[in-house]
Ligand binder design. Structure first.
Ligand SMILES: Nc1ncnc2c1ncn2[C@@H]1O[C@H](COP(=O)(O)OP(=O)(O)OP(=O)(O)O)[C@@H](O)[C@H]1O
Ligand SMILES: O=P(O)(O)OC[C@H]1O[C@H](OP(=O)(O)OP(=O)(O)O)[C@H](O)[C@@H]1O
Length: 218
């Protein structure tokens, strides 16, 4: 008997949109998965021996890249930030749309435009550095895990690089979006070695791919 597959999903906002797509490919977590008081992190899957693990978004990519999970669902922001060579993102699920952008206080806009060195607060140090490098600007990244929007007002950084969807969070914190680095959507990700060696992984990739093409054609 082959080892059961492990499918990693993020705990937060992508999950609600991802679960119906997963269900249509036959990946359905046991009832306990939806029980908010349940502290388990690993769940059985209805009708198969697959395990579904619920982890933080960034960790989905880490589990899959290291082969601890064979498949997962995560934002393309996370895929691009890590750029793991062992991770392959074959299917754009067309959910979790947002963008990764640079923002700064409105009052500061003109003055910082010519800077050759900047301090930038972000959860995405690699994408941030790469973006500013492409503009010939050296960015010192202050790594934060959330609430980036506070950084400029408190003197921690002159700009932030963060996800934007409606723009409400930026507006409510007195910031303006100055450039867009990346358009983001959620992806099915797989471990490359598992895809090559395990038929079940290839079959699931095909099932997700077929679903997305069907939805696009409809
Ligand atoms: N405002 C937004 N609108 C749409 N999608 C978003 C938005 N913010 C984040 N996302 C997507 O959701 C992902 C975050 O997912 P999720 O909320 O599940 O993370 P998490 O595991 O709760 O994160 P954390 O590790 O910060 O707790 C991001 O990587 C991005 O792809
Ligand atoms: O443009 P908006 O629609 O306002 O969305 C943007 C916000 O959404 C994300 O945070 P999230 O709500 O996931 O919380 P977090 O701070 O825990 O990452 C992101 O980090 C922004 O703060």
């Amino acid at each position: 008997m082959p080892e059961p597959l492990t499918f990693a999903v993020p705990k937060g906002r992508i999950l609600d949109e991802a679960l119906p797509i997963m269900a249509r490919t036959g990946v359905v977590p046991e009832a306990g998965f939806h029980d908010k008081s349940n502290r388990a992190l690993s769940f059985a899957c209805e009708g198969s021996d697959m395990r579904i693990i619920r982890v933080r978004a960034f960790d989905v990519a880490t589990f899959v890249a290291h082969g601890a999970a064979q498949l997962g669902i995560v934002g393309s922001d996370v895929v691009e930030e890590f750029a793991y060579s062992d991770l392959y993102a074959p299917v754009d699920l067309d959910i979790g749309h947002c963008r990764l952008s640079v923002a700064e206080p409105a009052a500061q806009q003109a003055s910082a435009a010519r800077a050759s060195h900047l301090r930038v607060a972000s959860k995405y140090p690699n994408l941030t550095r790469r973006h500013f490098e492409s503009l010939g600007i050296q960015a010192e990244v202050v790594k934060l895990n959330g609430a980036m929007e506070l950084a400029p007002g408190l003197g921690l950084a002159s700009r932030i690089v963060d996800l934007v969807s409606t723009g409400r969070t930026l507006k409510d914190n007195g910031l303006v979006e100055t450039s867009r680095i990346l358009d983001v959507s959620a992806r099915l990700i797989v471990n490359r070695a598992a895809l090559k060696t395990d038929e079940r992984v290839a079959r699931l990739v095909d099932a997700f791919r077929a679903l997305v093409s069907e939805a696009k054609a409809a």
